[in-house]
Ligand binder design. Structure first.
Ligand SMILES: [Zn+2]
Ligand SMILES: [Zn+2]
Length: 399
C-alpha cells in the first residue's frame, strides 16, 4: 500500500516535471528547483511520505522535524499552518537568503517588523494569460527566492483602452485622452490640440491641417515611425496613436518575490517598468516627454493613464483610479497593484482626499498594517514611483 502510494507520487512528480520542463523552454532565466533530487538526498515525495503521519498529503507543525521544523513558517508561504507538497518543493534551501549580505555591500537588507507577502489572489484572473505559478528564481541582486510568475497580455478587463488622439479640432474631450504638464492633467480635446502653440509657448506646433483635421498616425508603420526615440521627420507634428491590436500577441512575464525584502538603499527604476496593476498591465517609468515634445509629437494617455508603445504594448504612466482597487479598512488609500520588488502600490490620496507628506524618494513609507509600501504619484506628475526600495525580480516581453 505504502509502496504503491510512493510509486504514484513519483509518477505524478515526473508528470509535473515534464509539464514544467516544456513551460520553461519559453522562459529566459531558470533555476534548479524542479530538478530531480540529488543522489543520497530524499526527494520531496519521500520526505512528505515519511513525515505525513496522518496521510492527509500535507505536513503540520507536529509532523515535521529537523530543518523543516525550524523553517516551518518560511516554507508555509500561504501561512495556512500546513506545508503542502508544492511549498516543500519550493522551500528555500538553507544558506541562501539567510547567508546575509550579497556581494553588493550598498544593498543591505533590513528586517522590517511587518512584511506583507504578495497575495496572488488579488490579480484579476481573466486579465492574465495563465494561472500565477510559484517558483524559485534568481532576483536582480543574485539571490534566489520564491517568486510568483505572472503572465499577461496587458489587456485590462475593467476599463476600455483609448481613445487617445482626437481627429478634429472641434472634437470634445470624449474623443481624446489626457496629457500632463507641470503636475497638471489636461484633457486632450480638439481645443487642446489647436492651442498647443500657446500651451508650450512654441510657434512650431502644428498638429492640425487647414480644414481642422488633426494629424494622427493611422497604421502600425506610422505609429512605429512616430513613436521611436528619433522620430521620423515625416511624423513631426503628429498625434501618435499606437493601437493595442497591433501588439496583442505580446506576452509580458513578471517575476516578483513572494516575500519582499527591503534594502537600505533604493534602486533606480530599470527599463522594464515599476510593477503592475491587478489587471496585469505594466506601471511604467516616466514617459520620455523630452523626446516626444522635441519632435512636436504628442502621445496622449487615455483616461485610465495608459497608452501603447511598440515595445511593451499597453502600459500606464499615470494612475487615475480606473483600475481595480482594494479598499482598506482604515482611511488609507486603496491598493492598486504590486511593485517589481513585491511591495504593494497604493493610490495617491487617502479616503479623505489627502496625499501623504512622509514619503521617501521612491514614494514609499511604512505602517504597521501594510508594512513598507508605495503611493503612486499624482496623475499629472509623470511619475508613478521614483525608485524601488526592495530586491526586484524581473520582467520580460516576448512576441
Ligand atoms: Zn509610454
Ligand atoms: Zn501608505
Amino acid at each position: 500500500m505504502k509502496y504503491s502510494n510512493l510509486l504514484k507520487t513519483v509518477f505524478f512528480c515526473f508528470f509535473i516535471l515534464a509539464i514544467l520542463g516544456c513551460k520553461q523552454t519559453t522562459e529566459s532565466e531558470n533555476d534548479s528547483s524542479n530538478n530531480p533530487p540529488k543522489e543520497g538526498r530524499p526527494s520531496v515525495s519521500e520526505l512528505l511520505n515519511e513525515m505525513d503521519a496522518n496521510k492527509d498529503g500535507k505536513l503540520s507543525k507536529s509532523e515535521v522535524h529537523g530543518p523543516i521544523s525550524n523553517d516551518f513558517s518560511k516554507i508555509d508561504t500561504n501561512n495556512d499552518g500546513f506545508i503542502s507538497k508544492e511549498e516543500l518543493e519550493s522551500a528555500p534551501k538553507p544558506d541562501r537568503r539567510e547567508s546575509g549580505n550579497t556581494d553588493n555591500s550598498n544593498n543591505i537588507q533590513k528586517d522590517l517588523e511587518v512584511t506583507i507577502n504578495v497575495d496572488p489572489s488579488l490579480f484579476i484572473k481573466e486579465s492574465l494569460l495563465k494561472d500565477i505559478i510559484t517558483e524559485e528564481r534568481t532576483l536582480a541582486d543574485g539571490t534566489k527566492a520564491l517568486c510568483y510568475i505572472i503572465t499577461t497580455a496587458s489587456q485590462p478587463t475593467e476599463h476600455q483602452m483609448g481613445p487617445w488622439c482626437p481627429t478634429h479640432i472641434n472634437d470634445g474631450k470624449d474623443k481624446g485622452g489626457i496629457w500632463f504638464k507641470d503636475d497638471k492633467v489636461y484633457d486632450v480635446d480638439g481645443h487642446f490640440i489647436a492651442n498647443l502653440k500657446d500651451f508650450y509657448n512654441d510657434e512650431e506646433w502644428a498638429l492640425f491641417r487647414e480644414d481642422g483635421s488633426i494629424k494622427v498616425t493611422e497604421t502600425q508603420d506610422e505609429c512605429e515611425a512616430a513613436a521611436r526615440p528619433d522620430v521620423d521627420e515625416k511624423y513631426h507634428n503628429y498625434c501618435v496613436e499606437c493601437l493595442p491590436k497591433y501588439y496583442k500577441e505580446k506576452v509580458s512575464t513578471y517575476v516578483i518575490p513572494v516575500k519582499p525584502l527591503y534594502l537600505e538603499n533604493s534602486n533606480s527604476l530599470g527599463g522594464n517598468g515599476i510593477g503592475l496593476a491587478f489587471n496585469g498591465v505594466n506601471f511604467e517609468a516616466p514617459a520620455p516627454t523630452h523626446a516626444i515634445l522635441a519632435a512636436h509629437t504628442l502621445a496622449p494617455l487615455d483616461d485610465a493613464g495608459g497608452h501603447v508603445n511598440p515595445h511593451a504594448g499597453y502600459h500606464y504612466h499615470a494612475v487615475t483610479g480606473s483600475t481595480k482597487e482594494i479598499q482598506q479598512k482604515d482611511i488609507h488609500a486603496p491598493m492598486i497593484g504590486y511593485a517589481m520588488d513585491g511591495f504593494g502600490i497604493y493610490a495617491h490620496k487617502d479616503a479623505n482626499g489627502n496625499s501623504y507628506d512622509d514619503l521617501d524618494d521612491c514614494g514609499g513609507h511604512y505602517d504597521n498594517v501594510r508594512g513598507y509600501h508605495y503611493h503612486a504619484g499624482d496623475a499629472g506628475s509623470n511619475q508613478i514611483l521614483g525608485c524601488l526600495h526592495g530586491v526586484i525580480g524581473s520582467m520580460s516581453v516576448k512576441g
